[in-house]
Ligand binder design. Structure first.
Ligand SMILES: Nc1ncnc2c1ncn2[C@@H]1O[C@H](COP(=O)(O)OP(=O)(O)O)[C@@H](O)[C@H]1O
Ligand SMILES: [Mg+2]
Length: 330
């Protein structure tokens, strides 16, 4: 398995007091596949990671756990429900340095030794301020400006819930002029337009190649020109539209085109049960297809299908039972 280009990736996740009585510690690789039965907390885990990454200011994190921290390979972190000793000491250091500059300006070097005594007292004040903020803003998410900038300006975050996709695939909506479609096809259309518009032929070609590797199984072929795409049904030799495909085929197209559109950006690709609607052979191939389409994404999958990892991704396997510990003092 080739590894991702050098950019800060998610290194680990620590959660304390999940539902009040569980702790989680999980280390991530370029591809991480967390396998567990229904009700084991897979969706919860993925939503938690997503909420931390997008700095979602709502009650979700508050309702779900006491403390959560996502660390990156550059040793920066995002935390909720408290701050780590490391970040606390950095905040303290920062304010001390700031004050030192002030003192130099106003009192000159002689003032410094007296000032150090002041600063020790002030550390306590700063500490208390941090604690007050923590108490008053239970939903606050802490990270340094550098990390926030990286996440906001560079890192692309995609959350694909196939549970929602399946629902969206079957729910028709009226888009005007008596034309009815569904949310999945709408979303796919949007992604396809973006891909066709893109200047980068590399991702277009990779998408086309991989989707066609998959569609061989159902005797279909995907074509693109500069501004349109079409699918040929090998059984009837006729062009067909998205809506005439099976839900598995439509889901597959959506997932792969989304990956292609990430392009050159570093990205985190979160997927909840991608196996829904995908037959076994596609489940085995999808990770490889994703990695071949776009090698800039760190992939995190929660699933109950071990088939996902059978095709060369055994190293990515994490049993959800091994990352959750229950405690009785919560
Ligand atoms: N506040 C809570 N306290 C305790 N357990 C909870 C709470 N909220 C959800 N759960 C449990 O978490 C599980 C749901 O987790 P979920 O992430 O949807 O599982 P999965 O995706 O693995 O099927 C359920 O078993 C549910 O009972
Ligand atoms: Mg789930």
């Amino acid at each position: 398995m080739t590894s991702l280009p050098k950019f800060p990736k998610i290194k680990n996740l620590m959660v304390k007091g999940l539902h009040g009585y569980k702790d989680i510690f999980l280390e991530f690789k370029d591809v991480t596949v967390i396998v567990g039965k229904n009700g084991m907390g897979k969706t919860t885990l993925l939503k938690l990671i997503h909420s931390l990454l997008i700095n979602k200011k709502d009650e979700y994190l508050v309702s779900i756990c006491d403390f959560a921290e996502l660390s990156f390979t550059d040793n920066e972190s995002i935390s909720f429900g408290g701050i780590t000793d490391k970040l606390r000491s950095e905040l303290l250091k920062f304010t001390i340095n700031e004050r030192l500059e002030e003192i130099k300006k106003t009192r000159g070097k002689k003032g410094i030794s007296k000032a150090i005594t002041d600063m020790i007292l002030n550390d306590l004040e700063v500490n208390n301020k941090i604690n007050d903020i923590l108490k008053m803003h239970r939903d606050a998410i802490f990270f340094k400006e550098k990390t926030e900038k990286y996440i906001r300006n560079e890192l692309k975050i995609r959350y694909i819930s196939t549970v929602n996709i399946s629902f969206n695939a079957d729910n028709n909506i009226d888009v005007g002029n008596s034309v009815s479609t569904n949310l999945l096809d709408l979303a796919t259309e949007k992604e396809m337009r973006e891909l066709l518009k893109s200047e980068n032929q590399l991702y277009k070609n990779a998408f086309l190649e991989q989707i066609n590797v998959m569609l061989i199984d159902t005797n279909k072929k995907f074509f693109t020109s500069d501004n349109e795409y079409w699918i040929l049904d090998g059984n009837t030799s006729k062009k067909i539209t998205l809506s005439q495909l099976s839900s598995g085929e439509r889901q597959l197209i959506y997932i792969l085109v989304t990956a292609a559109n990430i392009g050159n950006s570093p990205a985190v690709f979160l997927m909840d049960e991608p196996e829904i609607s995908l037959h076994l052979s596609w489940q085995e191939k999808i990770l490889d297809a994703l990695r071949k389409i776009n090698n800039n994404m760190q992939i995190i999958i929660v699933t109950h299908s071990p088939a996902m990892i059978m095709n060369g991704y055994m190293d990515s396997y994490v049993d959800i039972k091994n990352i959750i510990t229950e405690n009785n003092h919560g």
